[in-house]
Design a protein around this ligand. Structure first.
Ligand code: ADP
Length: 228
């Protein structure tokens, strides 16, 4: 599903954020990305949805060559993957229903099918009853549920999440993790950067640790491995 070969990323200021990454992630895997601040985790995650482009090296997501993908094709790529952020990134002027519907690829879909799909995913995240509410009327946990609903509405093969529980209290963080587990159980690949040691050590999955722009550990069912 995801392949990186010798991926190297140097920012215009000269900082080398990724120093030759090699990784393969299969369809259906759940992978945590851990490491200290400044290690390169966000850069690694941003590569996946082409927010950043490798300076050199090769990378493929679902057969798409991201190193050479034309900018005009990036929206097409993003519709094929779900992306979830720490700060939710909901559109403030749209209600819950509209935030999810907006992300739906509408080509050749009838209005009734669109409605059905949006209500289905809102139901899955437990927010069908709040479809008409606006982002400011939601708790952090609810906002993250909406953003997760949005991320899966196009039935992507992979969901990329950058610290999705970073702004949430511990109990809400567990609820959100259960949702990711449910999504992964349907065969969706999940790639999640996190600092949440308790979660990584409890819901065991493959752990990729990045330090200084390099993968220093890659263990199935591994632990978090850092003190904080
Ligand atoms: P992490 O997510 O592990 O904290 P990042 O990928 O954000 O790490 O950062 C890796 C390194 O790249 C850091 O030294 C950071 O300062 C630098 N960096 C990140 N984004 C940029 C950018 N847009 N421009 C220049 N340097 C950056």
């Amino acid at each position: 599903m995801i392949q990186m070969k010798n991926v190297y990323k140097k920012y215009p200021n000269g900082i080398v954020a990724l120093n030759g990454l090699n990784v393969e992630i299969d369809q259906g895997e759940f992978v945590y990305v851990v490491g200290p601040s400044g290690a390169g985790k966000s850069t690694f995650i941003k590569m996946m949805y082409r927010e950043e482009r490798p300076t050199s090296g090769q990378m493929f997501v679902d057969g798409i060559d991201l190193a050479t993908l034309k900018n005009k094709k990036v929206p097409m790529l993003r519709r094929q993957m779900g992306v979830v952020f720490q700060d939710f990134k909901l559109l403030p002027r749209l209600n819950v229903y509209e935030n999810v519907a907006f992300a739906l690829e509408v080509i050749e879909e009838s209005p009734s099918r669109i409605r059905e799909r949006v209500l289905d995913v809102l139901d899955m995240v437990g927010l069908k009853h709040k479809a008409r509410m606006f982002p400011t009327e939601l708790s952090g946990g609810e906002a993250q549920r909406v953003s997760i609903a949005r991320s899966i509405v196009n039935k992507p093969k992979v969901v990329i999440a950058d610290e999705p529980t970073g702004n949430l209290d511990p109990e809400t963080a567990w609820d959100i993790m259960n949702l990711f587990e449910k999504i992964n159980a349907t065969g969706t690949t999940i790639l999640m950067a996190t600092h949440n040691k308790e979660i990584v050590n409890t819901i065991r999955h493959r752990v990729i640790a990045i330090e200084g722009g390099l993968i220093v550990r890659d263990v199935d069912g591994g632990d978090y491995g850092y003190e904080s």
